[in-house]
Design a binder for this molecule. Structure first.
Ligand SMILES: [Zn+2]
Length: 225
């Protein structure tokens, strides 16, 4: 069964299974390495099921996950384990607070997308039609210190108008109405970045013509409103 389409009104147990499945896919596809990255889903309207820090997201068990409220207070976690609240959880909460329709958030450190931010190269919207067709422009934030407050502040101004955000010298955050949409977004961001890096390696990068970009922008605006 594909759990990734589940809504936040599925049972807590099913949401835990959905997050475990997404974690395995992110890890197996090289979007998350070691213990990095985090995944969450809304539970009802005012709680969030989220991965803790310091655990590999490719090898999670249902009881590894914790339930927090919208202020980041831990409401439920396995008391027999030393599970730690992630300093990156406020990134997820910032998205849920600003975007009531968003039900799933993934933060990862995909290599090529992150490499663009390290090199100071903006995420390209004009080399492949998929970007404007699927997710729209992807901004890059300033560098954020690895603290709960700075992580949330760095993305704050971009959340409302974007579906994917890159954090400078750090990684990516993608979200959607369910985990399927959030994961597809993360995979697309990394795939476009990898294609651009490869194009740079093999020759000159030719952007899409301006008239094509005008048409793609118009399609994107139609879809948004
Ligand atoms: Zn991170």
């Amino acid at each position: 069964m594909n759990h990734l389409h589940l809504s936040s009104f599925a049972t807590e147990r099913d949401l835990r299974l959905a997050i475990i499945e997404a974690g395995r896919l992110c890890y197996d596809n090289g979007l998350m390495h070691g213990n990095n990255g985090n995944i969450s889903m809304r539970l009802g309207n005012d709680r969030v099921v989220i991965t803790p820090s310091k655990l590999c997201k490719g090898r999670l068990e249902p009881d590894d996950l914790m339930i927090i409220d919208m202020e980041g207070m831990i409401l439920k976690a396995d008391s027999t384990r030393n599970l730690k609240y992630s300093s990156e959880a406020p990134i997820h909460l910032e998205v849920y607070r600003q975007r009531p329709n968003i039900r799933a958030v993934i933060h990862a450190h995909p290599e090529n997308a992150t490499a663009l931010t390290i090199a100071g190269v903006p995420f390209p919207i004009n080399v492949l039609p998929d970007v404007m067709e699927e997710i729209g422009p992807v901004p890059t934030t300033r560098f954020a210190l690895p603290t709960p407050v700075d992580n949330a502040e760095a993305i704050r101004e971009y959340v409302k108008d974007h579906n994917a955000i890159l954090i400078r010298n750090h990684g990516a955050i993608c979200y959607g109405v369910d985990l399927e949409e959030a994961l597809n977004c993360m995979e697309l961001v990394e795939s476009v970045a990898r294609t651009l890096v490869t194009a740079h390696l093999v020759g000159k990068v030719h952007p899409l013509p301006e008239e094509v970009m005008t048409a793609l922008r118009a399609l994107y605006e139609q879809k948004r409103y």
